[in-house]
Design a binder for this molecule. Structure first.
Ligand SMILES: O=C(O)c1ccccc1NCC(=O)[C@H](O)[C@H](O)COP(=O)(O)O
Length: 215
């Protein structure tokens, strides 16, 4: 069975990253959305990324950032991928890819079949798609809300023109079922491996990666 590649989003400390590496996660996410309890500033992310073990892909999560903000991040933080978590258009995805020369993962929030249908368009320009739960209407954050969506919406289409990753309310207790139900080979988690908002729990990280690979 192929390994399930796990992304642990919102790491903030060297200890978080050491646990991700030891647990055999594939990606770590640095969150630059200032209102998030998981956010890191550029100097902190730079130091964490420089010190991160080789082999962990380093992803920057940004929400509707302009070129000036992205220039500042990419000039300082050594990165493997940019994650666009806002309302970026396919044209903006293409522009970011061309400007920074980094793979781009576009996040799409799902709550209906119409949302699923939109993935095709983005899959033609992005390097990866992160299929996430749509944020609840009253949510302060556009992601990291710990809510799932109806995975059966993905039954009709389980692959696109680029690799994809599943997110939204995943945790050590439900990630194996999510992998079984959707056939996904990559999973992403933020709040589901935390003991409090923004505080990663080493045991939950280990349990999440192990459960994802238990299927
Ligand atoms: O996690 C955040 O605080 C966040 C804030 C703003 C935009 C996106 C954010 N998280 C994005 C992620 O990649 C999450 O891992 C994804 O939405 C799933 O979150 P969760 O349901 O908490 O696992």
């Amino acid at each position: 069975m192929t390994k399930i590649r796990a992304k642990i989003c919102g790491v903030k400390t060297p200890q978080d990253i050491a646990v991700c590496a030891e647990a055999d996660a594939a990606y770590i996410g640095f969150n630059f959305f200032a209102k998030s309890p998981r956010s890191v500033d550029i100097p902190t992310a730079t130091q964490l990324a420089v010190d991160a073990p080789v082999g962990l892909a380093k992803v920057a999560l940004v929400v509707n950032f302009d070129n000036e903000a992205l220039d500042a991040i990419t000039a300082s933080v050594p990165l493997d991928m940019l994650q666009l978590h806002g309302a970026e258009t396919p044209e903006r995805v293409a522009e970011v890819k061309a400007r920074y020369g980094l793979p781009v993962m576009k996040v799409l929030g799902i709550s209906s079949a119409e949302d699923v249908a939109k993935i095709d368009l983005y899959a033609q320009v992005a390097d990866q798609i992160l299929v996430d739960a749509k944020a609840p209407k009253d949510a302060v954050l556009p992601g990291g809300n710990g809510v799932t969506f109806d995975w059966s919406l993905l039954r009709a289409k389980k692959y696109w023109q680029c690799p994809w990753m599943l997110a939204g309310g995943l945790n050590p207790d439900n990630v194996a079922e999510a992998v079984r139900a959707t056939g996904v080979r990559q999973v992403d988690v933020a709040s589901g491996v935390e003991s409090a908002p923004g505080v990663k729990d080493p045991e939950l990280i280990r349990a999440f990666v192990a459960a994802a690979n238990s299927v």
